[in-house]
Ligand binder design. Structure first.
Ligand SMILES: NC(=O)C1=CN([C@@H]2O[C@H](COP(=O)(O)OP(=O)(O)OC[C@H]3O[C@@H](n4cnc5c(N)ncnc54)[C@H](O)[C@@H]3O)[C@@H](O)[C@H]2O)C=CC1
Ligand SMILES: O=C(O)C1=NCCCC1
Length: 259
């Protein structure tokens, strides 16, 4: 796809929708090129604050299960009343629908379990502006929300030398390791997976990407016992962390759940 102009500017501009221009298509790679923690974390922070101020419309998501495929389809519309003005001087309201598919057997064919599409509309007339693959933005957004939660509700989040334990070694485990490494003063990241080689593979991948002090653990209890921050990112139907494993008195626990 050839994008004329800066995709970020096109997305935030309303002019594209006023004309008869067809929707822009953005691939995951193109979306990835627009994502960074410095922009995303404050954006998520501001939208969560907007919920409190009544600036966000976000109905409960529609969940469709397909039991014979171990699959779920989630439909998530959302509207955010803008507070700033965009380049053309009008408020930067946003109207979008995200559709997520969760096919847990996808690992067998080398596809992510969670795939997503985001449809972005002109908030004043409902015209479709952008169709984007939403798998990367979904990964990043989820981890950014964990960062925001940690910043605001974990009193020790500004401490240095934090230990993060991550249960799972898939897409969310990986992006949470990167998010916590980039946004907090982390001393060590412990990775546990129900299949140990998965934890080792993720440690190798993160280390090769420059993360320091990432360690694989064979037993969940060992991974969490010194942890300040614990993230569970698995498809397990039973708890992967036991209360009695947690040694420190003030720990933040983030549970990423399948519907
Ligand atoms: N990928 C995303 O953007 C988001 C994912 N989530 C949720 O986070 C969780 C993990 O998702 P992903 O990392 O994307 O999936 P993934 O398929 O990439 O990783 C799944 C992880 O769960 C482990 N696992 C699978 N079955 C297990 C079992 N029975 N017991 C223990 N561990 C098991 C796998 O070994 C792997 O480490 C899911 O519950 C998902 O719904 C939530 C929000 C966004
Ligand atoms: O995007 C989200 O929110 C998701 N929630 C749970 C399943 C994966 C995506």
């Amino acid at each position: 796809t050839v994008i004329k102009g800066n995709p970020a500017a096109i997305i935030s501009s309303k002019n594209i929708a006023v004309t008869q221009a067809p929707p822009l298509f953005l691939s995951d790679d193109q979306v990835l090129g627009l994502l960074d923690w410095e922009t995303l974390v404050p954006a998520i922070e501001s939208v969560i604050a907007g919920v409190d101020r009544g600036q966000v419309i976000q109905p409960a998501r529609l969940v469709m299960r397909i039991p014979d495929k171990d699959a779920v389809v989630l439909s998530m519309p959302g509207y955010v009343k803008g507070t700033n003005t965009s380049q053309d001087g009008s408020p930067d309201d946003s109207l979008a629908v995200k559709i997520v598919t969760s096919f847990t057997r996808n690992k067998d064919i080398g596809l992510p379990s969670i795939l997503a599409t985001v449809l972005l509309y002109n908030p004043d007339n409902g015209k479709l502006k952008v169709v984007m693959e939403g798998t990367e933005i979904t990964k990043w957004r989820t981890a950014a929300a964990s960062v925001v939660a940690t910043k605001h509700i974990f009193p020790r989040s500004k401490e240095s030398g934090l230990i993060v334990a991550i249960m799972g070694s898939g897409a969310q485990a990986s992006i949470h390791a990167k998010a916590f490494d980039a946004n907090f003063n982390v001393k060590q990241i412990n990775i546990w997976n129900h299949r140990y080689p998965g934890a080792q593979d993720l440690v190798n991948k993160l280390s090769s990407e420059g993360l320091k002090s990432v360690k694989a653990f064979e037993h969940g209890q060992d991974a969490v016992k010194e942890a300040d921050i614990i993230v569970t990112a698995t498809y397990s139907s039973v708890p992967v962390v036991k209360y009695e494993w947690i040694v420190k008195r003030d720990v933040i626990l983030m549970l990423l759940e399948q519907e």
